[in-house]
Write a protein that binds this ligand. Structure first.
Ligand SMILES: [Zn+2]
Length: 315
């Protein structure tokens, strides 16, 4: 049994994962951003201790998926764009000192890729690309059965592929990144802009939102009802995502692309136009091979991957 932890910008999770990918005693909570890293580390220590006290014997290691850049070789969290205090933090060392368990940390999107490879849609694959679309866009790359991390552990950052020269400013500082156009937050922003520009076309979308800010979820719901503006927004989103995926397919020729994150819950309403746009931008030799599927564990892939990593790394 492995203690698995998923630390995100808005929520955290922990649970015990068995060798078959079963999750036991799952705990979830909201991240207190104002409390920073100190709050989160104290909270994790307390919850992990409670969990281990109730656990059957044989918890052998701890795997952590962290929502921010991680130097895997040095086993350090480098920073967080959402929560203060995570600069150069040796979280595995801190947890080992408190819990007495060997621990390993990995970026959450990389952990998610491993989780889908071992226990989800990617079982049996050797070459897999995982893309997670929620507030932001992240991903992991599996080559020949192993995570590809690149020179500094930052490979797989598909969210910052430039897909629109001179496009909207991204949080990373560049312009026209995939994340600045097709993340959940960006889809909502583009919908707001489209409604502001042509209010008569946006009436169905605004009615669905009922006074709340427009979200990707609202856009996909309106598209499902045949709203023309929402359908245009979905098509445009899939064009940007398809451009990004075509770059990945032409470079890596993966067997499978797995889509996770909250926006992937739109299912075929997202996947069908995305397959078309990806194929249109991909070189002909690759088109027949393109498979784009929804993640099997959209909520638990990070926990499952962190556990799989701990099992091979420290046990
Ligand atoms: Zn960017």
């Amino acid at each position: 049994m492995i203690l698995a932890i998923d630390i995100g910008g808005t929520h955290y999770k922990l649970g015990l994962v068995d060798a078959a990918g079963g999750i036991h005693q799952l705990r979830t909570g909201s991240t207190d951003r104002t409390g920073g890293a100190d709050w989160m580390i104290a909270r994790l220590n307390r919850e992990a201790k409670e969990l281990l006290e109730q656990a059957p014997a044989g918890v052998r290691a701890c795997g952590i998926g962290f929502g921010g850049p991680v130097d895997f070789a040095a086993q350090r969290i480098l920073s967080s764009t959402h929560v203060a205090g995570w600069n150069e933090i040796d979280l595995p060392g801190m947890l080992k000192a408190e819990l007495g368990l060997p621990a390993v940390v990995e970026n959450d999107a990389n952990a998610g890729a491993l989780g889908e490879l071992r226990f989800g849609a990617g079982q049996g694959c050797r070459h897999l690309v995982y893309l997670t679309i929620s507030t932001g866009i992240g991903g992991g790359i599996i080559i020949d059965g192993s995570l590809y991390r690149g020179a500094k552990g930052q490979a797989g950052e598909r969210g910052h592929l430039p897909v629109l020269p001179g496009g909207p400013r991204c949080d990373c500082g560049n312009q026209g990144c995939l994340e600045a156009l097709a993340s959940g937050k960006s889809i909502g922003r583009r919908a707001e802009e489209a409604c502001a520009a042509r209010p008569e076309r946006g009436s169905a979308l605004l009615a669905l939102a009922a006074g709340a800010a427009l979200s990707a979820e609202t856009v996909f719901a309106a598209a499902g009802q045949g709203d023309p503006l929402a359908l245009e927004l979905v098509d445009e989103t899939c064009r940007y995502l398809g451009l990004g995926l075509a770059m990945v397919v032409n470079t890596l020729s993966p067997e499978l692309i797995v889509l996770g994150g909250g926006v992937s819950r739109a299912g075929e309403a997202l996947l069908a136009p995305l397959r078309q746009h990806t194929a249109a931008y991909t070189m002909p030799a690759h088109r027949e091979l393109i498979r784009v599927e929804q993640a099997r564990h959209p909520d638990e892939a990070v926990l499952l991957g962190a556990a799989a990593l701990a099992r091979t790394w420290v046990v």
